[in-house]
Every structure is written in structure tokens, then in C-alpha cells.
Ligand binder design. Structure first.
Ligand SMILES: *Cc1c(COP(=O)(O)O)cnc(C)c1O
Length: 421
């Protein structure tokens, strides 16, 4: 009854879209439920098509750092819409947004705007390859960088071999230049560099891994990556699609004080609209077309409405610097509740994940030790009580500036009760 309209829509949707959805995790398969269909959202709440209200801890997987439908962002977007939705020509907005980003992240000397995180990482890697004239790339097990072919890999069976496809439809020839190391394991990186160092165009890493739950870099790990890439003249790419404007205004590079050669941004940078950015050192970005020979283009890139939402969001974040300490405090309260019910908890700023495991989670294998059946029970407990968290153990929980103390308390109470159910 509670989900009647959602179920009706779902029954239609499964015949129209794979799994009834446009991005797999939304299908709720990992928690053995059928999805709720969302009608609208405001502040820290979302409302489904049956009128159920939820306190939202997904926040569209990260963009919603101000909560939903912030009045200033909506007002700016409405005004932008009135001026036309897309021109396919340069605009004042793009210049303004690029200046804002560069002032916040000085490592982004030159940048290019695209439409999704996938596009940003794919293009950053192509640029790194063009710049270095090398083919191989190194990524980490459990880090996600979007769904481009060369990144959909799992580690090869033997150590020190290149990766194999982790998706049907990806030819092995597309992944043979992708090396996979272990997050927080310097030796695994060292060994690959000793063997292939002069062929590695770039290392791409989530400076805080937030697509296997949340895994923090151990002390020295990011600096180690900075040093080894410098030694081998390899490009260090921080994929800050989640951490950018989240871990602090200046993202993980500011938080940890490490300057990457290139950075990818997404999620928050579009303020809820489809937008992403890649950029970095001018010397590298000068390889991008039309200045250089690395081709990359986009019909809707730098879209005037999306850039407007991004600018409005970033300005609010700049004007209210205490947002970050505020949401970190709220996040810590939720973290305490998750610890109370016995979870292994990782937190970085307002990124949070509680794993159903006894292990401290420092890498992908630790994360995999989590009892996902138990997570599914936890998910059901929460959603049926109006708390919306990710329908998968391996996603971060997102807290926004719009989460009220009252709603945080309410959430903590419902989490604690799970212990006795
Ligand atoms: C979400 C995400 C991506 C992919 O972005 P899309 O906009 O979904 O294509 C890439 N990297 C990281 C770290 C992400 O969290």
C-alpha cells in the first residue's frame, strides 16, 4: 500500500528500460526491493509518488550539498532558462565558472567543461596519454571513475599483469593498457612502476575512495603517489568528482595538501545539473583541441543552465565557509549512531559509510567482507521509516547543509533502534 504508485510505475518501467532505471544502482537489486519513484525534493527531504516523505542521505549521489532546490539556485536557473537553454557557443557563464574553479583549486590552471564525470575522467586520461605519448594507465581496485571502456576492469589473475574487462562488451584489447593496484598499498604501485614505469601515462585515483563505501587514504599514501608519478614523469590525476567542493571547498587536494597534475570534477560542480570538468596544468591542457592534438568535444558542454546552477552553488559555498564544519558535525552524529549498532565506520568530512563487518575497512577487500544481506535489512528498516539511504552497501552516505539538527536526531534514533529489532 505504502508504495502502490511506485510499484505501478516500476511495473511499466521494467518493460521500457533495463531494470526499469537509467543507472543500475537505482533498481534496488542490491537490497532486494523495488525502487521508489521520486516526485520532488526540498531541503533535506525527498517525496515519492505515493506522497511518502524521506530524509534524504543520497542527495543525488553527491551534488546536493546544499540540500534540494535551494531557493537561490532555483532562482538563478529559472532566469537562465528564460535566456535560452543552449547555444552551442561560448558564454560569459563559462568564463565566470572557470575563474571561480581556478580561484578555489589553483592546480586547475586550464580546464574544459563536459557533461558527466565519465566524460571528464575519460578525457583527462586521453589528455594524459597525448601529453606523455604513453599508453598505460594505473587505477586502483575499488575506485570508480565512470563507465568508459578502459576503466571497466578487474585486476588480472596474476599479480603484475594488466587488467581484464569487468563488463561484457568491453574488448580485452581496450583494457590491456590498464593496470590495477591496491588502494593504500604502496608496494602494489611500486611494483607496477618498476615493471612498466616508463610506459605509464597517468595514475588516476579517488583521493578519498567513495565508491566502495568510503575508504580514506592512509597517511602518506597520496604523497607517495605524488612522488612516484613525479619520479616517472607520469601524470597524477585526482578524480575529485565526489570530493571536489565536498571535503572542503578546495576538495581533497586542499584537505590533504597535495597538488595533482590534473583534476576531474563532477556532481557538486553542476549544482544538480549534468556538468563536469577536467583540467590541470596548462602545459598538459594545451594538448587539448583546438590548441593541441587531443580531440575532445561536446554539443551541450558548458551548457548555460548547468553552468548557472554550478556558479550559484559554488558561490553559496564560498560565502558560507562554516557549511563544511557544520555538515561534518552532523555527519559525526550519524557516524556515532552507526557505531552504536556495531558497524565499522569510515568518515571523511561529510562523506560517511558504515560497513557490516568487524574489520577496519582500508581497501576494497576489507569492504567486501561486509555482510550485504544485513545491509539490505538495514536499508529496509530505514526506508520503511522514512530514511532514504543508498540502496547498496558500497556507496557513501551524503549529508547536506540542509539537514536540520532535528532530522539528524530523528535519523540517529531510528538507526539505534535497529539494534534491538
Ligand atoms: C560519480 C563518479 C564518476 C562518474 O560520474 P558520472 O557523472 O556518473 O558519469 C566518476 N568518478 C567518481 C569518483 C565518481 O564518484
Amino acid at each position: 500500500m505504502r508504495y502502490k504508485n511506485s510499484e505501478e510505475l516500476y511495473n511499466k518501467a521494467v518493460n521500457l528500460m533495463p531494470g526499469g532505471v537509467n543507472s543500475p544502482v537505482r533498481a534496488f537489486l542490491n537490497v532486494d526491493r523495488t525502487p521508489v519513484f521520486i516526485d520532488r525534493a526540498k531541503g533535506d527531504k525527498i517525496y515519492d509518488v505515493d506522497g511518502n516523505e524521506y530524509i534524504d542521505y543520497v542527495c543525488s549521489w553527491g551534488p546536493g550539498i546544499l540540500g534540494h532546490a535551494h531557493p537561490k539556485v532555483i532562482e538563478a536557473v529559472k532566469a537562465a532558462c528564460e535566456k535560452g537553454l543552449t547555444f552551442g557557443a561560448p558564454t560569459r557563464n563559462e568564463v565566470e565558472l572557470a575563474e571561480l574553479i581556478k580561484s578555489i583549486m589553483p592546480s586547475m590552471e586550464v580546464m574544459r567543461m563536459v557533461n558527466s564525470g565519465t566524460e571528464a575522467t575519460m578525457s583527462a586520461i586521453r589528455t594524459a596519454r597525448g601529453y606523455t605519448g604513453r599508453d598505460m594507465i594505473l587505477k586502483f581496485k575499488g575506485c570508480y571513475h565512470g563507465h568508459s571502456d578502459g576503466l571497466l576492469v578487474k585486476a588480472g589473475s596474476a599479480a603484475l599483469t594488466s587488467a581484464v574487462p569487468d563488463s561484457a562488451g568491453v574488448p580485452e584489447s581496450y583494457t590491456k593498457n590498464t593496470l590495477v593496484a591496491l588502494y593504500n598499498d604502496e608496494n602494489s604501485v611500486k611494483e607496477l612502476f618498476e615493471k612498466y614505469g616508463n610506459d605509464i601515462a597517468c595514475v588516476i585515483v579517488e583521493p578519498v575512495a567513495a565508491n566502495m563505501g568510503v575508504v580514506l587514504p592512509e597517511k602518506g599514501f597520496l604523497q607517495f603517489l605524488r612522488d612516484i608519478t613525479e619520479k616517472y614523469n607520469s601524470v597524477l590525476i585526482f578524480d575529485e568528482v565526489i570530493t571536489g567542493f565536498r571535503l572542503g571547498l578546495g576538495g581533497a587536494q586542499e584537505y590533504y595538501g597535495i597538488k595533482p597534475d590534473m583534476t576531474t570534477l563532477g556532481k557538486i560542480v553542476g549544482g544538480g545539473m549534468p556538468m563536469a570538468v577536467y583540467g590541470g596544468r596548462k602545459e598538459i591542457m594545451d594538448f587539448v583541441s583546438p590548441v593541441g592534438k587531443v580531440y575532445q568535444a561536446g554539443t551541450l558542454s558548458g551548457n548555460p543552465v548547468a553552468t548557472t546552477a554550478g556558479i550559484a552553488t559554488i558561490k553559496i559555498l564560498m560565502e558560507n565557509k562554516n557549511i563544511y564544519s557544520d555538515i561534518e558535525k552532523k555527519t559525526s552524529k550519524i557516524a556515532e549512531a552507526l557505531k552504536y549498532i556495531g558497524l565499522s565506520v569510515n568518515q571523511a568530512g561529510s562523506l560517511l559509510c558504515g560497513y557490516f563487518t568487524d574489520r577496519e575497512v582500508k581497501n576494497y577487500d576489507d569492504a567486501l567482507s561486509s555482510d550485504t544481506k544485513k545491509y539490505a535489512e538495514f536499508f529496509a528498516w530505514l526506508i520503511d521509516r522514512g530514511i532514504y539511504v543508498a540502496p547498496s552497501q558500497y556507496e557513501a552516505m551524503f549529508i547536506s547543509a540542509a539537514h536540520s539538527d532535528e532530522d539528524i536526531e530523528k535519523t540517529c534514533g531510528i538507526i539505534r533502534e535497529f539494534k534491538n529489532n
